[in-house]
Design a protein around this ligand. Structure first.
Ligand code: ATP
Ligand code: MG
Length: 198
C-alpha cells in the first residue's frame, strides 16, 4: 500500500516536470534532421516520417541518391501515393560505378531535383536519402548544399540520411541521431530480406 502511494506521488511530480517541459517547447519551425551512424535503421526511420506526414495530408518529396534500384517495397508503396513524389537519382554504389566523373555528373543532376523540392514550399517534408555520401566524397559542393537547405521555406522539414554525416551538416541540423551497429544479420551470411532491408 505504502509502495502504491509512493509510486503515485513520484508519478505526480514527474508529470508536473514533463508538463512544464512540454509547455516550454512552444515553437514551431521546419526542421533539419540527420540520421547517421553505421547501424541499420536510417532510411527506414526517414520512411516512417514519410508515412506520418502523408497520414496528416502533407506533401512529401523523396530523393534517393546513390542507389539505383527501383524495386524496393518503400518505393512501390509510397510512389502510389498522390501526395508523394519519389525520385531514384543514383547510379549505384561508388564501388559499382568506379567512375568518379560519372558519379559527380549523376550527383549534380540529382541535386537539381532536390533543389526544386527545397525551393517549392508546397512540399512539407523532403527526404534526402543517402545524401551524406555525396558530401563526404565531395561529389557536391557542401556549402551549396547547406545554403540550399537553409534557404528552404521556413516550415519545410528536411531529413538527411547516410553514414558519416559531416560536422558542418550536423552543426546545421536541429535533430541528429546516430544509429549504432550493435549486430547485423549480414555478418552471419544472411542476405538482404524483403520487407526488412528493401
Ligand atoms: P535501412 O534502409 O534498412 O533503414 P540504413 O539506411 O540504416 O538501412 P544503409 O547504409 O542505407 O542503412 O544500408 C542499406 C542496406 O544495408 C539495408 O539493406 C541494411 O539492412 C543494410 N545495412 C545497414 N547497416 C548495415 C550494417 N551495419 N551491416 C550490414 N548491412 C547493413
Ligand atoms: Mg539508408
Amino acid at each position: 500500500m505504502d509502495k502504491d502511494k509512493r509510486h503515485t506521488k513520484r508519478m505526480k511530480s514527474k508529470k508536473s516536470v514533463i508538463d512544464a517541459n512540454i509547455k516550454k517547447a512552444d515553437k514551431e519551425k521546419g526542421l533539419l534532421l540527420v540520421l547517421t551512424g553505421n547501424g541499420k535503421g536510417k532510411s527506414s526511420s526517414a520512411f516512417g516520417m514519410v508515412a506520418r506526414a502523408l497520414g496528416h495530408g502533407m506533401k512529401v518529396g523523396v530523393c534517393q541518391f546513390i542507389k539505383s534500384r527501383t524495386d524496393t517495397g518503400e518505393e512501390a508503396f509510397f510512389n502510389k501515393h498522390e501526395n508523394c513524389d519519389w525520385h531514384v537519382l543514383g547510379d549505384g554504389f561508388t564501388w559499382d560505378t568506379q567512375d568518379r566523373t560519372q558519379d559527380i555528373a549523376t550527383s549534380e543532376k540529382g541535386w537539381a531535383v532536390a533543389q526544386n523540392m527545397l525551393s517549392d514550399s508546397s512540399y512539407d517534408l523532403v527526404v534526402l536519402d543517402e545524401l551524406t555520401y555525396l558530401l563526404s566524397y565531395k561529389y557536391l559542393e557542401e556549402s551549396q548544399v547547406l545554403a540550399d537547405i537553409k534557404s528552404r521555406s521556413p516550415m519545410q522539414h528536411v531529413v538527411v540520411t547516410g553514414r558519416g554525416a559531416t560536422s558542418e551538416l550536423i552543426g546545421n541540423a536541429d535533430t541528429v541521431s546516430e544509429i549504432a551497429d550493435v549486430k547485423h544479420a549480414y555478418r552471419d551470411g544472411i542476405q538482404a530480406q524483403k520487407g526488412i532491408d528493401l
